[in-house]
Design a binder for this molecule. Structure first.
Ligand code: AMP
Length: 441
């Protein structure tokens, strides 16, 4: 099957061809005809499956077929959890829509509001936004959602995880009842199911195999190493194997900063990306990394979520995540769209429980290696994991689906007491995740 079999108009086929795509991915084959027909959609798919083109292409076509927006009118809204994902979807919209005369804008928190207000005022065909900033703009009467024809909720599970459900509900009340709704989610918790039931009208259901459970294009390796030797081992692996583009995950923002500094001192150009960094610093680091100027990008889970970096050759878990599912999301950054990749995890004695949880979730034992010169001390005693949640044994992932992601919280978080932090930007507002992982971005 080719893209032209899907009923797309010539301007879109041209843009797709210019991107170098020849064959639609499974989600594109299923989603494009359904969205073109105006149907609601419930799609189980994560980043890396080609889902963005799956909704963007037919959305552009439907908008191009209809009348232009009137003053202040917004015709389609794409809601996403993070700024980076919003920016990426915005790039996709611009790229696929380059031969059509449609207008689009991306808005998110953490950057000046006035240029966004100015861009929205005349009306837009497509607005891509994170929920917090959108609601802020609505409360200041800068935005009118009463004419929305199509709503896309992308990475809906992440939005709920990040505590956006109330914002989403408020936004839904501002839209007309009759509209097309497309909901994308990697996991299907009861909460997502409830949202889908409220939102969708006889949806077309699409389920694309989770890349993570198969992940056959990702070579996954564990290096057993002492806690204190992880940094030297990472520098050694990068230098020894001449890894030129490495995304490294740490558990905390502080850890990300420290590691990026230390690697840079060892002549391995590195930058950190996390929720405390300004938007311009994050954009700059990501651009340098994507272009190949920056060898190592050190990220926390939330900062890295949804990052679209093509054919990323190496992902390193400097520390294993506390939630087994995050391992799967992390390694999803490599070996994408059929290209090969390697995911390397540096595991110390504190993390054996987390590793077991991950292996249970992905239903396979991972290959363990010991690098010569970095042999772990067989008598090393496990220590509590840095974020104060107690020892890792048995806590790391338990094979649950998305619905169990918030289990085991033991913090004194006061739920949605995040108003004071609103100005940090949308993805700094993660009350539920914070409840579990206080120091995470
Ligand atoms: P997404 O799941 O939307 O984040 O897309 C994942 C990656 O796949 C992106 O880098 C896209 O550029 C790429 N991609 C999307 N559709 C296709 C296709 N039909 N053929 C090859 N690559 C694609």
């Amino acid at each position: 099957m080719s893209f032209s079999d899907l009923g797309l108009r010539s301007e879109l086929l041209r843009a797709v061809e210019e991107q170098g795509y020849t064959v639609p991915t499974p989600i594109q084959r299923q989603a494009i005809p359904a969205v073109l027909k105006g149907e609601d959609l419930l799609a189980s798919a994560q980043t890396g499956t080609g889902k963005t083109a799956g909704f963007t292409l037919p959305l552009l076509q439907r908008l191009a077929d209809g009348p232009r927006p009137k003053a202040r009118q917004i015709r389609a809204l794409v809601l996403t959890p993070t700024r980076e994902l919003a920016a990426q979807i915005g790039e996709n919209v611009t790229g696929y829509g380059r031969h059509l005369k449609l207008t689009s804008k991306v808005i998110f928190g953490g950057v000046g509001q006035q240029p966004q207000v100015d861009a929205i005022r005349p009306g837009l065909d497509i607005l891509v936004a994170t929920p917090g900033r959108l609601l802020d703009l609505h409360q200041q009467r800068h935005i009118d959602l009463s004419q929305i024809e199509t709503l896309v909720l992308d990475e809906a599970d992440r939005m709920l995880d990040m505590g956006f459900i109330h914002d989403i509900k408020k936004l839904l009340r501002l839209m007309p009842a009759k509209r097309q709704n497309l909901l994308f989610s990697a996991t299907f918790s009861n909460e997502i199911q409830t949202l889908a039931n409220q939102l969708l009208d006889k949806p077309t259901m699409i389920e694309v195999a989770r890349r993570n459970t198969t992940a056959e294009t990702v070579d996954q390796v564990i290096y057993k190493v002492d806690r204190e030797k992880k940094r030297d081992l990472l520098a050694h692996l990068i230098t020894e194997h001449q890894w030129y583009q490495v995304l490294v995950f740490t558990r905390t923002k502080h850890g990300a900063n420290r590691l990026a500094e230390q690697l840079s001192k060892q002549n391995i150009p590195s930058m950190a990306i996390h929720g405390n960094k300004s938007q311009s610093a994050r954009t700059k680091a990501l651009a340098a990394f994507k272009s190949g100027d920056l060898q190592v990008l050190v990220a926390t889970d939330i900062a890295a979520r949804g990052l679209d970096i093509n054919e990323l050759p190496h992902v390193v878990n400097f520390e294993l995540p506390n939630v087994a599912e995050d391992y799967v999301h992390r390694i999803g950054r490599t070996g994408r769209a059929g290209s090969e990749g390697q995911a390397v995890s540096l595991v110390c004695v504190d993390e054996h429980g987390l590793l077991k949880g991950i292996e249970r979730l992905i239903k396979r034992d991972l290959e363990k290696r010991i690098e010569s010169g970095f042999e772990p001390d067989p008598n090393a005693k496990p220590e509590p994991i840095e974020n104060g949640r107690g020892k890792s044994g048995g806590r790391g992932g338990n094979g649950r689906g998305g619905s169990g992601r918030n289990g085991g919280a033991n913090s004194s978080s006061n739920g949605r007491g995040d108003n004071g932090q609103r100005r940090q930007g949308d993805d700094a507002r993660a009350p539920r995740r914070r409840a579990r992982r206080p120091q995470q971005a």
